[in-house]
Design a protein. Structure first.
Length: 432
């Protein structure tokens, strides 16, 4: 232990900060054991799907050009369908990010005159322009697709009366954002999502229920597709890519929904038949294989951060004892200076670009300046240790990731040290 403390000291962590972190960590053994059990289950689920689909060395090679008869691509999509217990899946490097995957799922399954409903309040910032809440070229609104939302109750629960009132004859698709985004509301469990889907379909059975599953994959033993979701959508540079996928997204769901998405991604008449995998299938497969364990590391980091900062009096969502349904940890600091110091501490802990100092800037798709700390092997990868925050009240930062638990632990201690070094936190408060 003395050698480890000495190494932390060489990395800029004071003795008081280290000892405070160890005291917090001593409380978490039972929580961490439970996370390991979930990871073990999900690891077996992934292996079972790979074995049943007969993943072979040939699947790792990939194609170029049109990508006709791409064995690895087609097998990978079968693996995803088995893991999510869906009829089909679309898993492609041509899907550039999570927002692109969501836009693809929406635009391919909605038609002019349809209405999109969010029963969980405001969507994530980058979807506002996709929908047309903020005007943008090519939005759903430009194609005559309207939008309605039912806000959550003050306690973060579903307002079933408002949802029922919002469902009309033109309601074609209901989008459910599992994670909190840049909001201080709870993340929804798979069980809660299942209850919401059942309620919606009891009112309008033919409605499509889509779940934005970003940051939630492998956190529980079930996925939203196990409780009635017609589509689950996510990014490969988050949980399911396991830190190895360099790009990509997925849509898993009913055969019709996935087929519609494939025709939108490529071209009518072509669909899933084209789309070369360009030599990155090995990263997709190996990343998926590692994903349950890496997600567990990110969960441990989030729980450690919650307990460490909650004990110091900061508002945290989820709190230190709540069950987890995604890998994101929100900490509300109440000032832009503290948010910036926190993010700069996370950046300083990175293996890549640790010498870079992040600052707030204008990012596409956001209505306020955003600061992002992400010294990652894959640019923008939020399964890697990262933190970001809009510079606007209530000045909350959103922390996620950590490909290994020791790195996550170091990053959180570094963020705390950054606040202390800038005079934003008195180190005398580091007591249980």
């Amino acid at each position: 232990m003395a050698e480890i403390q000495s190494m932390y000291a060489q990395m800029g962590i004071d003795r008081e900060t280290y000892e405070y972190g160890e005291a917090i960590l001593n409380r978490l053994a039972e929580r961490f054991h439970k996370i390991d059990e979930i990871a073990e289950y999900n690891q077996l689920k992934v292996i079972k799907a790979m074995q049943e689909c007969q993943v072979s060395e040939a699947c790792l090679l990939g194609t170029t050009g049109y990508g006709y008869n791409d064995l690895g691509r087609d097998t990978l999509e079968a693996v995803y369908a088995k893991i999510f217990h869906t009829e089909d899946a679309l898993v492609r490097p041509q899907i550039t990010c999570g927002t692109h995957a969501l836009a693809l799922a929406l635009m391919s399954n909605l038609r002019p005159g349809d209405e999109l409903l969010s029963p969980v309040g405001k969507p994530y910032d980058t979807l506002e322009e996709v929908i047309g809440i903020r005007p943008s070229k090519g939005s759903l609104a430009e194609y005559g697709i309207t939008y309605r939302q039912a806000d959550l109750k003050e306690d973060g629960s579903f307002d079933y009366d408002a949802i029922k009132a919002a469902i009309g004859p033109r309601t074609r698709l209901v989008t459910i954002q599992r994670s909190k985004g840049y909001q201080t509301r709870p993340t929804f469990s798979v069980g809660q999502i299942g209850e919401l889907i059942a309620f919606v379909k009891a009112i309008k059975p033919d409605v499509i229920c889509m779940v934005d599953n970003c940051y939630g994959e492998f956190v529980e033993t079930r996925e939203p597709s196990d409780v009635g979701a017609d589509m689950v959508v996510g990014s490969l540079i988050k949980n399911p890519g396991g830190g190895l996928a360099p790009i990509g997204g997925y849509i898993a769901g009913t055969r019709e929904c996935v087929e519609n998405a494939a025709f939108r991604l490529t071209s009518p008449g072509l669909g899933k038949e084209v789309g070369a995998s360009l030599g990155i299938l090995k990263d997709f497969y190996q990343g998926l294989f590692l994903a349950p364990t890496i997600t567990a590391c990110a969960l441990k980091s989030a729980i450690f951060a919650a307990n460490l900062y909650e004990n110091l009096g900061y508002a945290v969502i989820p709190d230190g004892t709540e069950d987890r349904h995604d890998i994101i940890q929100a900490v509300t600091f109440g000032s832009p200076e503290a948010v910036i110091a926190y993010c700069q501490g996370i950046q300083a802990a990175a293996p890549v670009d640790s010498h870079v100092t992040p600052e707030p800037w204008d990012m596409p798709g956001y209505d306020a300046q955003v600061i992002m700390a992400a010294g990652a092997f894959v640019s923008g990868s939020s399964i890697e240790l990262s933190a970001d925050a809009p510079i606007k009240p209530p000045y909350a930062v959103y922390f996620q990731g950590g490909l290994t638990w020791p790195h996550g632990k170091f990053g959180i201690l570094k963020s705390l040290q950054s606040l202390i070094n800038r005079g934003l936190l008195d180190k005398n408060r580091l007591k249980l």
